[in-house]
Ligand binder design. Structure first.
Ligand code: FAD
Length: 301
């Protein structure tokens, strides 16, 4: 059986960057993706905060990442990983098409998974429905916005959005959680605990949301909604390995390695305070350094 030095799972900004660095270091790599190379970038209309490009469409940036990787000799192979196990020092990755791949190390770069869970959400995606507050928040400066998230995730996103929007409806299923005083002091915050969004409404774009609050059903007139309640990493197939945090992201140390030696995670899939293209690319570069050191210590090459 062929043994790779590294298998990278996911060819988004993080995985493609890692592949560039590892290929240049002459490692035998396999870059797998269950979809098209470029990942989440392919769904983003405009990026204005990736340094070096004042404004670029997500798909153009994805093509630039991919072309750069191809120039280094990287090829992306189709494959959806469904499970990973470690035997001795080797990892065995099982694919949906029943193939099995063996590698000395693995980089998880599978990005985020945001299931569509609201009535009306799918039809209005990109037209007021967004799964990235940091990215799309600035589009709704001075507008009315709804955020549905867990308490923990919601605090981060609410803090960011409150500085921009006219009114923020923060809807969360939890109750009696502790919120920072400075957040609660914001006049444009309307907090609804023990509540849930039932439906998003609008013809051409988001116009309203029906919310089940402790006072019954209420309709809020809004310009945008961030339904982030079920957000987790797309690396849920790692659950049996015990390397995920309670929110479903891969826990990593300062060397981007999980609790299992040789299993690394980068980009949106890992437990990180910021999920952006620049941080995904940065992780991809950094992991190559730590991985090369791991391989030196753990293989005869
Ligand atoms: C609406 C929106 C707007 C955004 N705007 C911006 C912005 O303006 N600026 C910015 O910096 N960032 C923005 N982002 C965030 C940015 O797109 C991500 O942070 C970044 O692309 C993450 O890269 P990644 O490589 O970690 O993951 P991804 O790009 O998600 O790539 C993961 C890849 O893994 C593959 N994969 C998943 N599971 C498997 C599996 N089991 N087997 C094989 N392959 C698998 C997927 O097919 C995918 O190609 C935005 C995101 C969204 C949703």
């Amino acid at each position: 059986m062929e043994i790779y030095d590294v298998v990278i799972v996911g060819a988004g900004a993080a995985g493609l960057t890692a592949s560039i660095y590892l290929k240049r270091a002459n490692k035998k790599i396999l870059l797998l993706d269950k979809g098209a190379p470029g990942g989440k970038l392919l769904t983003v209309s405009e990026i204005s905060n990736y340094p070096g490009y004042p404004s670029i469409s997500g798909s153009e940036l994805a093509i630039a990442f991919y072309t750069n990787a191809q120039k280094q000799g990287v090829e992306v192979e189709y494959g959806e990983v469904t499970s990973i196990r470690k035997e001795g020092t080797n990892f065995f990755l099982s694919l949906i098409d029943k193939r099995e791949i063996c590698s000395l190390s693995v980089v998880i770069a599978t990005g985020l998974y945001n299931p569509i869970y609201l009535k009306g959400e799918k039809d209005l995606l990109g037209r007021g429905v967004s799964h990235c507050a940091t990215c799309d928040g600035p589009l709704y400066r001075g507008k009315k916005v709804l955020l549905e998230a867990t308490h923990e995730k919601g605090i981060e996103e609410a803090n960011y959005l409150l500085a921009l929007v006219d009114e923020l409806y923060f809807v969360t299923p939890e109750e009696k959680e502790e919120y920072p005083q400075e957040l609660l002091a914001k006049e444009n915050l309307k907090l609804f605990e023990k509540s849930k969004v039932l439906e998003v409404g609008g013809k051409e774009k988001v116009e309203s949301a029906l919310v089940e609050t402790t006072n019954g059903k209420e309709e809020f007139f809004i310009d945008a909604i961030f339904p982030l309640l079920h957000e987790r990493s797309a690396a849920y197939f790692l659950e049996p390995l015990g390397v995920l945090n309670p929110q479903g992201f891969v826990k990593t140390n300062a060397e981007l390695m999980s609790d299992i030696p040789g299993l690394f995670a980068i980009g949106d899939a890992r437990d990180t305070p910021m999920r952006q293209v620049v941080t995904a690319a940065s992780d991809g570069a950094l992991v190559s350094r730590f991985l090369l050191s791991y391989l030196r210590k753990n293989s005869s090459k």
